[in-house]
Each structure stands twice: as structure tokens, then as C-alpha cells.
Design a protein around this ligand. Sequence first.
Ligand SMILES: [Fe+2]
Ligand SMILES: [Fe+2]
Length: 239
Amino acid sequence: MIRVAAVGDVHVGLDSAGRLRPGLAGLADRADLLLLAGDLTHRGRPEEAAVLAGELDGVGVPVVAVFGNHDYHTDQQAAVTEVLERAGIRVLEGDGLVVEVGGGRVGVAGSKGFGGGFAGACASDFGEPEMRTFVQTTKRLAAGLERALDGLAADRRIALLHYSPVAETLAGEPPEIFAFLGSYLLAEAVDRAGADLVLHGHAHRGSRAGATPGGIPVRNVAAPVIGAAYELFCFDADG
Ligand SMILES: [Fe+2]
Ligand SMILES: [Fe+2]
């Protein structure tokens, strides 16, 4: 059995010490791996990442993360990555890793993802350079996710995102902002590469469950949505 714990949007700030740690107590008895679906910090400051690293110190399982939009706010992604990776927390963007757990190999491919919207209400790669850059950014990140999924040699493959690949798990958010919460391009990438599960955050008022057009389960694990320290997903290694 492969057991994966996941949570997004922990939004750790300088005053967050002691907030996550109690909920993570005993996690290593229940899960083999912890995934963090972005918005790790409040404003993307290395000092906040150090607080997060402190909260996760001794959690007892490998921790794999992607960034969210909040983690980009002060343009210090490299420094934040350094703080987290020094603490053993792996940060993915267009790459992946395979972890041997519970008698199987679980592969995680990660990207922050980006917005653009969904069928019938999406931005297009046309017009002003700013709009083209917006959509091209999502295309680039989706392509990175697809390559990373393709490259995973694992029994189970998980796509870890911050932005949503589907509108379904955004239900509860104002429809006017769906285009800023995710993109169908991410779902297309996942469906082409294949995966067993897609996890995302970002939509604090969204819904828990959806699926890509290809039928791959999608779960919004934003902390306010799951209402718990983490959600647990269990897989048989062999089907
Ligand atoms: Fe968030
Ligand atoms: Fe976010």
C-alpha cells in the first residue's frame, strides 16, 4: 500500500511557528510521503520558508512541494528553494522524483501551473504581448509537467500542482475568477501523459473532487477546503 498525505495553501508566515506541527504529529505512522500543493508561504520570503522547515522538521517522511503564487510574491524563489531543500524538502517545477514506499514506487511530477481558464471561458495566445506571455506561461508549465510525468518510472504517478486543471474543483469560487485559478491546458497535459491522481490547491473556496476529461481523479487539497492538517490517499502498488 502506498499512502500519500497532501495539503496545499499552508501560507506560513513569520508568526506561524507552532501552527502546523500539532496537526502533523504521527503523520509518519499514517503516510509514506507528504506533498505540499503550493502557497507554502505568505509572501515568498526565505524567513517564512525557514519557519515552514521548522514546522516540518522531524515529520519522518519525504516531503515534496510545488510553489504557489504567494511563493513568488517577493521574487525570492531561489532563496526559498534553497532554505527548503537544505531542510530536505524537495521543490518541483517541471520535474519529478520517484520514492520507494510501502512496497512500491510512487512518482510525483510537479509544477505550480498557472491560469487561463477553461472550455468556453479561456484566454487565448493572441493579441497584446502581455496576454500572449500569460497564455504561453501556462503552456510552458503544462509542457514541463507533461514531460515530468512521462519521465516517471513508477507504479503510481501523481501530478502535483498549485493551480487547478479543471473547473469542477473550483466550484464555490466566483466563476468570474476561474481564469485566474487554473487552466484546461494542465488537464490536457496530464491526460496525454497519464497519471493516477492530480492534486492542487489555490482555490480556498473550491470543492474537493473532480476529474480530468480523460477521467483522472483531481483533488483540491487546499487546507481551507479539506479542513484538516492533510488529506490521505492510498493506492495499491500493483493496481
Ligand atoms: Fe492559497
Ligand atoms: Fe494560490
